[in-house]
Write a protein that binds this ligand. Structure first.
Ligand SMILES: C[S@@+](CC[C@H](N)C(=O)[O-])C[C@H]1O[C@@H](n2cnc3c(N)ncnc32)[C@H](O)[C@@H]1O
Ligand code: SF4
Length: 364
């Protein structure tokens, strides 16, 4: 079996842990992580899906991935996230094995429906670091009704999570999006996952995508309420990771202040956002994006310009990184106009806090 990547930073046994780059508060200047959407194909059609350009049918080959990885001297982590990348299982396995041999930590993001015991064995043997599953429901009926898939899918996901948890080398993470569909069942999903043996639960803020606008988006008050209920009921065996909170809260807002005691809970991690700073997204057609969900701004294409040069020279990226430090801005939804529709001219130039209509992420 190929050994998973070892680093000397924050974790027991030296194995790079989930979100350790985010926890190190990486700044701009060193590209330490890339997320690669090797394929945009998917066996699901999630209403909330914000993945970039799901229509693309091109697949990034192993050689193309290698050529890029080899030019990144500081790369520590490769995340594979599409689409459903396990539709290209052999490719994922080869990339994981290649990265493991180079000492690069790997993560696969999956909806969990395509994994079999044999595939687990192969991913373990290839040295996979993290398997990251989406889980927004606790029963087949509501899962099937929401995703419009057969009820047979949910038990497959549960089985896959249980198999992953049993692995001694793969770290299992379950992610739940906090949005309309889950706000009243966050605690149930959390307990369900904990009872399956999951010890890392990521709570991802819903990022309005260009196709769905703000229709599932909660106000910051509703988010605070849901987080309060969840953290209060946290299973003590688990750690909860919050992602993309800064997309919803101004640092000086009352709701952000209200969240602070909860975020200081010893079982809670609010890792800083490294998108654009220490991580970029590489799409299957070669496009390079600052962040797939929150800032889907194409800043170059690896078939024209090497990734490292894009990172070092993109003015759009530098403007984005600078803007992240400014307050009173709504840094992550800038590709949408005030009504949650795709803006005519997506811009990395900061938009002021938008005057949102309907159910916006509001201050306070
Ligand atoms: C794009 S998916 C690809 C991996 C896999 N197909 C899955 O669904 O887990 C990667 C992650 O992004 C999350 N995601 C997708 N659309 C989102 C959105 N609009 N806001 C927040 N998270 C989103 C999914 O829940 C998933 O955990
Ligand atoms: S969120 Fe994942 S499973 Fe759902 S459509 Fe997008 S890529 Fe597919």
């Amino acid at each position: 079996m190929i050994q998973a990547f070892r680093l000397s930073d924050d974790h027991a046994g030296g194995i790079m842990s989930f979100k350790s780059i985010e926890k190190s508060k990486a700044g701009f200047g060193t590209l330490r992580s890339i997320e690669i959407g090797v394929t945009s194909r998917c066996n699901f059609r999630c209403s909330y899906c914000g993945a970039y350009d799901l229509q693309e049918r091109r697949i990034l080959s192993l050689d193309e991935v290698k050529q890029t990885v080899e030019t990144l001297p500081d790369l520590e982590r490769v995340k594979l996230s599409g689409g459903e990348v396990l539709l290209e299982f052999d490719l994922c396995e080869s990339i994981v094995a290649y990265c493991s041999e180079k000492g690069i930590h790997t993560q696969i993001n999956s909806n969990g429906t395509l994994l079999t015991d044999e595939k687990f064995d192969r991913l373990e043997a290839a040295g996979l670091g993290v398997l990251h599953f989406s889980l927004n429901h606790t029963d087949a009926e509501s899962h099937s009704a929401f995703y419009k898939v057969t009820e047979k899918m949910f038990p497959k996901i549960v089985k896959a999570i249980a198999r992953s948890v049993a692995s001694s080398s793969i770290d299992t993470v379950v992610e739940t999006i906090l949005f309309d569909e889950t706000r009243d069942r966050m605690t149930d999903v959390h307990r369900f996952a904990a009872d399956l043996g999951v010890r890392k639960h990521e709570i991802q803020m819903e990022i309005p995508g260009v196709h769905q606008g703000y229709e599932n988006t909660l106000s910051s008050g509703a988010i605070c309420d849901a987080i309060t209920r969840l953290v209060t009921a946290r299973d003590p065996r688990t750690t909860i990771f919050f992602s993309c909170l800064s997309a919803y809260f101004r640092p000086d807002s009352e709701s952000w202040k209200r969240l602070q005691p909860l975020l200081r809970d010893p079982g809670v991690i609010y890792a800083s956002c490294i998108e654009g700073k220490a991580q970029l997204h590489l799409h299957s057609n070669g496009d390079v994006l600052i962040c797939e969900l929150g800032a889907p701004e194409v800043i170059g294409n690896i078939f024209d310009t090497p990734l490292l040069r894009i990172y070092e020279e993109s003015e759009k990226l530098q403007e984005f990184v600078r803007s992240k430090h400014e307050e009173a801005t709504f840094s992550c939804f800038r590709h949408l106009d005030v009504q949650g529709k795709k803006a005519d001219k997506p811009s990395v130039t900061l938009l002021p806090m938008p005057q949102l209509i309907s159910r916006p992420p509001q201050d306070g």
